[in-house]
Design a protein around this ligand. Structure first.
Ligand code: NDP
Length: 400
């Protein structure tokens, strides 16, 4: 029924390639393109072995609009799933407009020379997509993505008004490495070393990095020290749910991880500006990426699970209610199914489901949208079918 072009052949691209191939009734022609074609070929070979489905591959530099347009004009996909890096969001959106292709991603644009992710750059494309009659779905991974859809589902079915939202993200996995990031190290380190930020009483409150923390209890895992950080879905959720009095995002970090992170920052390896080295210009954080473990290859020895969800307090039928909706995902199960670890899996599966929603015409309207602006129900149904089942708890102590 439909042609899909996946851009990016990292951990998340591996999962998306596997999941679209598993749903080949909807995705009849699949192409995987990235900067390094050999990585696409290796993934395609593995997907063929697992599912029997053939995926075409291509090399593309997604920083270059003409290259992207030419690839899209040749292959003529209905949709591009962008699982390259946030730096490529705008060039891929430009190319989609030029070639008349719908767009989906999992992380919002950030400029390379400034560690600041915001939706303003992509929201500025609204009119263009609307005029072109094309759909752009932003932030369709787990967080952002499923966390926003969980919030939409809660607002639709369980609350008249939501007042307090705490998104809680725990990775209780062990990959056996002294230090590794679970997705692209450059993007990850830029994200977690930023100042904390949350929404309260109509304004943003800024904190020092990792200033607010406390142990939160995660299902089947137990208590884990959790830290308030800024995360991109907060920006759209506070706009789309104006009844929110407070919205925060908590993420767990181990002491070992935080110590490494502090050292990396203190010695200047988290710098994103260019430095001279042996007559050559290098960006320290990009060099660091080259020596750190590849997140896409952590899966084999990864044990334990992730637990990500939303803890919500609000009003239903005049009474206060608390609600906790979450998914737990096993790194080992993810690896067995796709060859990638749980963080890539929890991102790649929702991206695939978002693509299914678009291909089926369920989430298809001209413009640029965050995922909570669509009907959550058909997506929630697919989460249960595609490997990320969710659970609900009512009237529990939310701890936050
Ligand atoms: P990886 O670094 O493993 O993979 C990124 C891929 O993009 C690589 O194959 C890389 O190519 C390719 N790429 C980079 N630049 C270009 C370019 N200019 N042209 C073409 N291809 C390019 O990252 P992940 O798979 O871990 O993450 C992918 C995306 O998913 C990121 O944007 C990340 O922020 C997002 N993410 C979202 C989450 C969510 O829940 N919403 C959670 C985790 C990740 P090469 O191999 O040559 O370097």
């Amino acid at each position: 029924m439909g042609k899909v072009l996946i851009i990016g052949a990292g951990g998340v691209g591996t999962v998306v390639a596997n999941k679209v191939a598993q749903n080949s009734d909807l995705f009849t022609d699949i192409m995987l393109a990235s900067r390094t074609k050999s990585k696409c070929d290796a993934i395609a070979e593995d997907v063929k072995r697992r599912t029997g489905i053939t995926i075409d591959t291509a090399r593309v530099d997604a920083d270059k609009v003409p290259e992207l347009v030419s690839l899209m004009n040749d292959f003529k996909p209905e949709l591009v799933i962008n699982v390259a890096l946030p730096y490529q969001d705008l060039t891929i959106m430009d190319a989609c407009l030029e070639a008349g292709v719908n767009y989906l991603d999992t992380a919002n644009y950030e400029p390379k020379d400034e560690a600041r992710f915001e939706y303003k750059w992509q929201w500025a494309y609204r009119d263009k997509f609307e005029k072109a009659g094309l759909t752009a779905i932003l932030g369709c991974g787990f967080d952002p993505g499923v966390t926003s859809i969980f919030t939409a589902y809660a607002a639709k079915h369980h609350f008249d008004e939501i007042h307090y939202l705490d998104i809680v993200d725990c990775n209780a996995g062990d990959h056996g490495k002294a230090f590794a990031t679970n997705f692209n190290p450059e993007i990850n380190i830029r994200e977690v070393t930023q100042k904390g930020k949350y929404w309260e009483d109509g304004q943003w409150v800024v904190t020092e990095p990792h200033e607010i923390h406390k142990p939160l209890t995660y299902p089947e895992i137990g208590p884990k020290e959790s830290y308030v950080i800024f995360h991109e879905e907060l920006e759209s959720l506070v706009k789309n749910y104006p009844t929110l009095k407070r919205a925060r995002f908590w993420m767990t970090f181990g002491q070992e991880y935080l110590t490494h992170l502090r050292v990396i920052q203190n010695i200047g390896m988290a710098r994103i500006d260019e430095v001279e080295y042996n007559g050559q210009k290098i960006v320290p954080i990009q060099f660091l990426k080259a020596v750190l473990p590849d997140p896409g290859k952590l899966g084999e020895n990864y044990t334990g699970q992730t637990s990500i969800g939303c803890r919500i307090r609000g009003i239903k039928d005049g009474k206060e209610r608390t609600y906790y909706i979450y998914n737990n995902c096993s790194h080992q199960e993810a690896y067995k199914e796709t060859g990638a670890q749980g963080v890539s899996y929890t991102t790649g599966v929702p991206a695939t489901i978002g693509a299914m929603m678009l291909m089926q015409g369920i989430w298809k309207k001209p413009g640029v949208f965050n995922v909570e602006e669509f009907d959550p129900d058909p997506f929630m149904e697919q989460l249960n079918k595609q490997g990320l089942p969710w659970h609900e708890l009512f009237d529990v102590d939310l701890e936050v």
